[in-house]
Design a protein around this ligand. Structure first.
Ligand code: UDP
Length: 416
């Protein structure tokens, strides 16, 4: 058990939370856990795994994280599957299916040994989901962890994927709206952020202020920020429009800080579209950041007066929790996981249109006290609900449910 790491979390969440984790993990000592996803950098899944894996290890579990690879065409197919699962009609051809399945077969050959040795296999999202089809005789527990908004999937693609994920022993969704009829238990586990990472730790004031110089921002103008990949569902054009509308009434500047993810080939195209929408406006700053720019994102989030996440579909939206942790109210699209983070009028505002976002930007920039009050509420809300320690507790509960079945009860003593 790595008590040093646990002590660092304890300083933030308190001793009872850590004590409970230790007691739960005690029943899972030496359990072999394998996580498989499709990118080590960029995007929310990688972000979570980077913290979850060492924390599970610190509690005494034996954890591995494997990443499947593939040619560009594979990721094009999985990206369009992803879009379809979030509701976009796409053409999904036999050739696409062949590419998807063949790549999973090749990856299975590489991972065969670790996949069979693990007690618990967590497969994240659709990209590696097909691996299960190559292990019909498996003895271990396979769990499909879906991070995307599956509430209104494009049916032909979901029918195909449902046939695959039905083979799993359980699935996990980020919120109840995303569940689908499946022949196994479904768990609701919202994602989380890690308060100890470069992305979220407290920063010295100078480092926060330095972003103004670095990106040519005006320290006298309020800063409105959205951090997101260049992805249609993040509505980057809507963000630019909202800022332009609000600017007609008050001075402000917008930073849209984005980047790509290794498993997302669409980024470049959208980036160019956003640049075109900004029309070179001096108060609109479109930043293309490298995937490891965690401290920069942290500093921007801390420097911001108001944070937007104007997505039109969103699995969860880690960026929302990240901003709320930094005491910023968030103006978020009324969709998916944003709804469980932004409590309308309390931790931020839910909006449907660029016009709505513009109105809320003006409100929050005008009412300084209200902004601070909502920011504090947002921080408390994250502390109670969306830190990695809560997330880990949910994973441990799920694994305990598997090993105890309907029989033995797992007793976790009350502390204090
Ligand atoms: N992110 C980043 N740089 C960028 C864009 C995003 O570091 O240019 C991070 C962001 O801070 C968050 C994650 O990537 O931690 C994105 O997760 P989210 O759930 O918001 O969206 P996803 O990209 O998974 O759809």
């Amino acid at each position: 058990m790595n008590n040093d790491l646990l002590a660092r979390y304890e300083a933030i969440v308190g001793p009872d939370v850590i004590d409970q984790l230790k007691q739960m993990a005690h029943h899972l000592k030496k359990a072999r856990v394998l996580h498989v996803n499709s990118t080590r950098y960029g995007g929310g899944v990688a972000e979570i795994l980077r913290s979850m894996v060492p924390l599970m290890e610190a509690l005494g579990l034996c954890v591995r994280w494997e990443v499947i690879s593939g040619p560009e065409e594979f990721f094009k197919v999985t990206k369009s599957m992803h879009n379809a699962l979030q509701g976009f009609p796409i053409e999904f051809t036999d050739e696409d299916i062949r590419l998807y399945e063949d790549n999973n077969r090749r990856e299975f050959e590489k991972l065969k040994k670790v996949l069979s040795e693990a007690d618990f296999v967590f497969i994240h999202d659709p990209q590696p989901a097909f691996l299960i089809k190559f292990m019909p005789e498996r003895k271990n527990h396979w769990i499909w962890r879906c991070h995307i908004d599956l509430s209104r999937p494009y049916r032909p693609v979901w029918r195909y994927l449902r046939n695959i994920v039905s083979d799993y022993d359980a699935s996990i969704f980020s919120m109840p709206d995303f569940t689908q009829p499946l022949p196994h238990p479904q768990y609701i586990i919202p994602p989380s952020i890690d308060p100890l990472t470069e992305k979220n730790i407290e920063l010295p004031e100078e480092e926060v202020r330095a972003v103004y110089d670095r990106f040519g921002l005006d320290p006298k103008k309020p800063l409105v920020l959205q951090v997101s990949r260049f992805d249609r569902f993040k509505d980057p054009i809507g963000v630019v429009r909202a800022a332009l509308m609000a600017m007609k009434f008050m001075p402000l500047q917008l930073v849209y800080a984005g980047g790509g993810a290794a498993d997302d080939p669409e980024g470049e195209v959208i980036y160019r579209e956003v640049l075109a929408a900004a029309k070179g406006h001096p108060d609109i700053h479109i930043l293309y950041l490298p995937p490891e720019a965690h401290r920069t994102v942290n500093a921007l989030q801390r420097a911001a007066d108001v944070v937007l996440q104007k997505s039109t579909r969103e699995g969860f939206g880690l960026t929302v929790t990240e901003a709320m942790w930094k005491k910023k109210p968030v103006i978020g699209g009324d969709t998916g996981g944003i709804r469980i983070q932004v409590v309308n009028h309390h931790t931020g505002f839910l909006v449907h249109t660029p016009e709505g976002a513009a109105l809320r930007i003006r409100y929050l920039l005008f009412y300084h006290d209200k902004r601070l009050e909502m920011g504090l509420k947002a921080h408390r809300f994250v502390k109670e609900n969306f830190l990695i320690t809560r997330h880990l507790r949910d994973y441990l509960s799920l694994m305990l449910a598997f090993i105890s079945g309907n029989g033995e009860r797992i007793e976790v003593e009350a502390t204090g």
